[in-house]
Design a protein around this ligand. Sequence first.
Ligand SMILES: Cc1cc2nc3c(=O)[nH]c(=O)nc-3n(C[C@H](O)[C@H](O)[C@H](O)COP(=O)(O)OP(=O)(O)OC[C@H]3O[C@@H](n4cnc5c(N)ncnc54)[C@H](O)[C@@H]3O)c2cc1C
Length: 401
Amino acid sequence: MGNNGNDPVIVVGGGIGGLATALGLAQADKNVQVLEQAPEIGEIGAGIQLAANATNVLQRLGVMDKISEVSVFPKRLVLMDAYTGKELSALDLGEIYKERYGAPYVVLHRSDMQRILLEACEAHPNIEIRTNQQITSTKDNGNSVDVVTASGAIHSGSAVIGADGLWSTTRKQFSDDDPVCSQYVAYRGAIPMEEVTNVGNLDDVYMWIGRNMHVVQYPVRRGELYNQVVVFKSSQYRKEIERTDQWGTPEEMDEVFSNTCEKVKTAISFISRQKRWPMYDRNPIDNWTDGNITLMGDAAHPMLQYLAQGACQALEDASYLTDTVLKHGDDFKSAFLEYQQERLPRTAYVQRSARSWGEIIHTENPTATLLRNVILKQRTEKDFTFIDRYHGYNKAAMEVN
Ligand SMILES: Cc1cc2nc3c(=O)[nH]c(=O)nc-3n(C[C@H](O)[C@H](O)[C@H](O)COP(=O)(O)OP(=O)(O)OC[C@H]3O[C@@H](n4cnc5c(N)ncnc54)[C@H](O)[C@@H]3O)c2cc1C
């Protein structure tokens, strides 16, 4: 049975996934209300890589021109040995990439991306964004859905999409699982380009890999800032102290990277030590849809960031949700079921692949390292076989998996 088409679709969470979903649904003629817990919509001061499966969606949403203005279009994605400083493998991200996937690979500052999505939402008459709205529960009444905030306010809508991230409240409706701690932490931040020394080619994205650690570097904001992410496994991690900052400390970071090459050591010396991010994902679940309620983005399928696909997958979700809502009109139940049928296997695959890729790049085993490096060296810069299934998302790519 259909819903009242005038009631808004409620999107819980105004992150990249929530805003992109709001925009897609508004463009499909739905009224949308975004409820965000924070006093302001904003992102952290670090970079983000967006592959073609994401930029294709941004093109569809009509924001790619604005995104391009603040992005950097890197020439290559380069894997480096963190100890020897030697190149292990590279992928061409230039014209050949763009032609193959129909959209470019970009790197940009998260706050720039968030701002562009937010401005597009604010400019759309079908979207209302409300901050300071922490959602505590959701109830499907059959023909309408109620969400309740921490202050006791009730918002009613025709459907609810939980886009509330890794620690999602909406997800509790489908699973009592907890985020899985990887025992890795990240330190990250973007610094003014004038302060940057001892880096490689500024047109490239670098990933330096080594035992239980890696470092990612790339320019953002038209090349005005340089973004760095330092990631390592903490030997001090214990379950009892998981929610404290007693593991993965800056001192441990210095120790882990003490035997790396000079360029990596320089990266470590520039990284902000004030905030650390413990890295979590979750195991895939087999259902995230019930009637007029569904999940998307990290709320549905949080993954480790090693393939740089978390936000890309959230954008794929947003696009696919828009398609199924366009197809089923006000029958959100059918739209959400079809959306889940397509997206669940795909995202579970990417979640698992991110873990496996982490094991490959972080391996401590000398034989595995040797084999990995030999295989990586054999591939050419124009060999896209490995990334086709991620960056070239379409039905055919899904069927391969
Ligand atoms: C170190 C690191 C590097 C990464 N690099 C990349 C990359 O290069 N490329 C890439 O594609 N992905 C990357 N990712 C992953 C990417 O950041 C996430 O997948 C993406 O941000 C998820 O977006 P989201 O909108 O689903 O969730 P979030 O961005 O987490 O947004 C959730 C929103 O919901 C709000 N919220 C939460 N609970 C409630 C509630 N109860 N009520 C109301 N609002 C609520 C939050 O305040 C937040 O605004 C990286 C992740 C990390 C940790």
